[in-house]
Write a protein that binds this ligand. Structure first.
Ligand SMILES: NC(=O)C1=CN([C@@H]2O[C@H](COP(=O)(O)OP(=O)(O)OC[C@H]3O[C@@H](n4cnc5c(N)ncnc54)[C@H](O)[C@@H]3O)[C@@H](O)[C@H]2O)C=CC1
Ligand SMILES: O=C(O)C(=O)COP(=O)(O)O
Length: 638
């Protein structure tokens, strides 16, 4: 006979290279709470801790943030901070989050952050100092000058919940480490687009007309009109490499200057190019036909040094190159060689592999190179916009919202979130229940989730539900903290395969999901009745009246609200059973909140599902086990 729940043993084959103790993701007892937990408390088997803080404020889930609404956002942050209990932002000075801003940020953004948390503006920190400070920070806001390395996440010891990149490029943030540590990374992808594009055009024109060189010459007392004869832009071909936000704005402006614009971007939709009147071409075609090449792709492993000796060999002799993307996309030594040989006539660079570059950099010193110190995003307007954009994203994330600009987590639109909210609660509880039915010693390798829904699969986003089921399965049996950011990673790391199936049902598509079923295969159960005919531990639930309900255990139908704790008993189906068990609980002052009996065949076997507010002590559980008709029972914490 099963007794009260014991810790199932989970034997994860650690498959990733980062499994040394120092690099293990931290332990935190927060929830998908998204990023709510204030203290990194190790997870024990205390399953009764409260959860669901991630969606515990309807206002946070549906709040829409926009730059125009900065003032409203401040107000909302303040209202929310004082009105919510139990979350990171409860009405207490002590629980205010600490936000470290490590590079200069626009005042409007700072103001918004200050309305929500304690803001520490510490610029020019060494890596060592950053690592020291970060252990007490809930959020970190950076621009391109701060390297957020694995060491930073390690040093954060689980406290850091969100890194906000006040700009586009996130190549200075170790995203893999952030994900492993369950730390959300958000960026501000739109507010500096125009500034970067304008800077690209400024460099293009300045380079073509030798503005910087002529200026320096005049300031040194010279008047060299013949030396600084330039080239015209009109009618020339510009190749835009990377036809994203900045690239397309550059293209638009270059067309206004009378240039022929072509673009290369393996992922850009043709209609976007068509709308701007630009032809998308292959990499080789772009570089071999262009008079000017302007770089606008992100720095990734596949774009690193994509402009190298081989590439320069293919360009048109006398080509001019502009780079306001990332220094690392060019092999800078190769560029110096190409400039020296005359293959490349000129370059205008805002970004460098190493920033700032060494003072004696041949590239920076080259007389046919125009340089600026990473000024692409540095306009007043862009910096105000970026600051607000990132402050809103960070405040939202700290309040438990899924940021629209999340870089390392699925973006779930606010309306989807609010619709899925009760199912998210159900999903985690089902995962948590299923794992508690596993007998000690069984290693869980695979879980299958079956969603029964009347919705078209395209209208059903289950990533959040899968993450919560994963969280429910893993957290009770390991010391991992799971959220949407690291759910898939952690499952993989622990050798747990989660598969999903959608089954169409004939119910109302008004509700996204009819039932969710969690099946654990190839494991022994400590509650035989929780095993389906197919041999899997199987439980099913649905949302009723906005609340999660357990509706099936193994082959037995039940109907019990998933609140508090749960006792599942299998007994001989006979009169008086409910009374007997109810009396035992009542004697111990354990309040029964719900009760449901499900049976397969009348007067044969039945399952009794009893919701209890309190946790019965061992003595009480023993008495239940001693009721003659009770064949097996299990106590489950939700
Ligand atoms: N200098 C500065 O201050 C600033 C620099 N940037 C940089 O500009 C770049 C572009 O920014 P956004 O346009 O906002 O980003 P985006 O994400 O809108 O556009 C990037 C484009 O590059 C494309 N791409 C990816 N791999 C490619 C490849 N191998 N070849 C060609 N295209 C490829 C993508 O499909 C995408 O369309 C980023 O590197 C960003 O960090 C952005 C703002 C300011
Ligand atoms: O947004 C980007 O990608 C940029 O490069 C801007 O960098 P910054 O924020 O000015 O350091």
């Amino acid at each position: 006979m099963a007794s009260s729940s014991t810790k199932p043993i989970f034997t994860p084959p650690l498959t990733t290279s980062s499994s040394s103790s120092s690099s293990q993701p931290p332990t935190r007892s927060s929830l998908l709470s998204f990023l709510h937990s204030t203290t990194p408390t190790p997870i024990s088997l205390n399953l009764s801790r409260s959860r669901i803080s991630f969606l515990n404020s309807p206002s946070s889930a549906v709040r829409s943030l926009s730059i125009k609404n900065a003032a409203k956002t401040i107000e909302a942050a303040e209202t929310s901070r004082v009105s919510r209990v139990g979350g990171l932002d409860a009405n207490s000075q002590e629980t205010k989050p600490t936000i470290l801003v490590s590079e200069k940020l626009g005042e409007a953004g700072l103001e918004l952050l200050r309305s929500f948390g304690d803001v520490d503006c510490s610029y020019d920190l060494s890596q060592e100092d950053l690592c020291k400070k970060i252990a007490s920070c809930d959020a970190l806001i950076v621009r391109s000058g701060t390297k957020v390395t694995r060491q930073v996440f390690e040093a954060a010891k689980g406290k850091l919940k969100v890194v906000g990149r006040a700009g586009v490029g996130i190549d200075n943030v170790d995203l893999q480490a952030a994900t492993e540590y369950g730390c959300l990374v958000v960026n501000a992808p739109t507010a500096n687009t125009v500034a970067a594009a304008e800077h690209g055009i400024a460099l293009l024109a300045a380079m073509a007309r030798n503005v910087a060189q002529a200026d320096a010459s005049m300031k040194s007392g010279q008047w060299q009109r013949n030396k600084y004869v330039g080239v015209s832009l009109v009618g020339k071909t510009l190749a835009v490499m990377g036809f994203g936000k900045v690239g397309s704005e550059v293209a638009r402006r270059a067309k206004g200057l009378g240039m022929q614009v072509i673009a290369h971007d393996p992922y850009a939709p043709a209609d976007r190019a068509r709308a701007v009147g630009v032809e998308l071409v292959s990499f080789d075609q772009a570089i071999s036909t262009a008079d000017f090449i302007s770089l606008h792709m992100p720095l990734t492993p596949s774009t690193k040094k994509v402009f190298n000796d081989d590439t320069f060999a293919k360009v048109k002799t006398g080509v001019r190159i502009i780079n306001v993307a990332r220094g690392g996309v060019i092999d800078e030594d190769a560029l110096v060689r190409a400039l020296d040989s005359g293959k490349v006539a000129q370059a205008a660079l805002d970004v460098f592999t190493e920033e700032p570059p060494p003072k004696d950099s041949k590239l920076v010193q080259h007389e046919r190179v125009t340089v600026t110190p990473h000024l692409g995003a540095s306009t007043k307007e862009a910096q105000e916009g970026v600051a607000i954009e990132i402050a809103e994203a960070v405040v939202g994330a700290l309040q438990g919202e899924l940021a629209a600009t999340a870089v390392n987590a699925p973006m779930v639109p606010a309306e989807v979130l609010s619709e899925l909210a009760p199912y998210v609660v159900l999903a985690e509880k089902l995962g948590r229940l299923a794992v508690q039915l596993v007998a000690g010693g069984s290693g869980i390798k695979s879980a299958k989730v079956v969603y029964r829904s009347a919705r078209d699969p395209d209208d059903l986003d289950t990533r959040l539900l899968r993450a919560m089921i994963t969280k429910g399965i893993i957290e009770p049996i390991s010391d991992s903290f799971i959220n949407l950011v690291n759910a898939d990673f952690t499952a993989k790391q622990k050798g747990l395969r989660i598969s999903e199936e959608r089954v169409a049902v004939d119910s109302s598509p008004e509700f996204p999901i009819h039932t969710i079923q969690v099946q654990l295969s190839n494991v022994d159960s400590k509650f035989g009745s929780g095993v389906s005919e197919g041999g899997d531990i199987s439980i099913e639930g649905r949302v009723k009246y906005g609340k999660p309900h357990l509706t099936r255990v193994g082959s037995f139908s039940v109907d019990v609200s998933l609140e508090g704790n749960l006792i599942l008993c299998r007994q001989v189906d006979q009169p008086g059973m409910i009374g007997q068990v109810g009396n035992i609980l009542g004697e111990q002052n354990v309040n029964v909140s719900f009760m449901s009996v499900g049976r397969t065949v009348r007067r044969r076997k039945a399952i009794m599902a009893i919701g209890v507010d309190e946790e019965p002590n061992q003595e009480t559980l023993k008495k239940i086990g001693e009721v003659p008709a009770v064949e097996e029972f299990v106590f489950l914490k939700l």
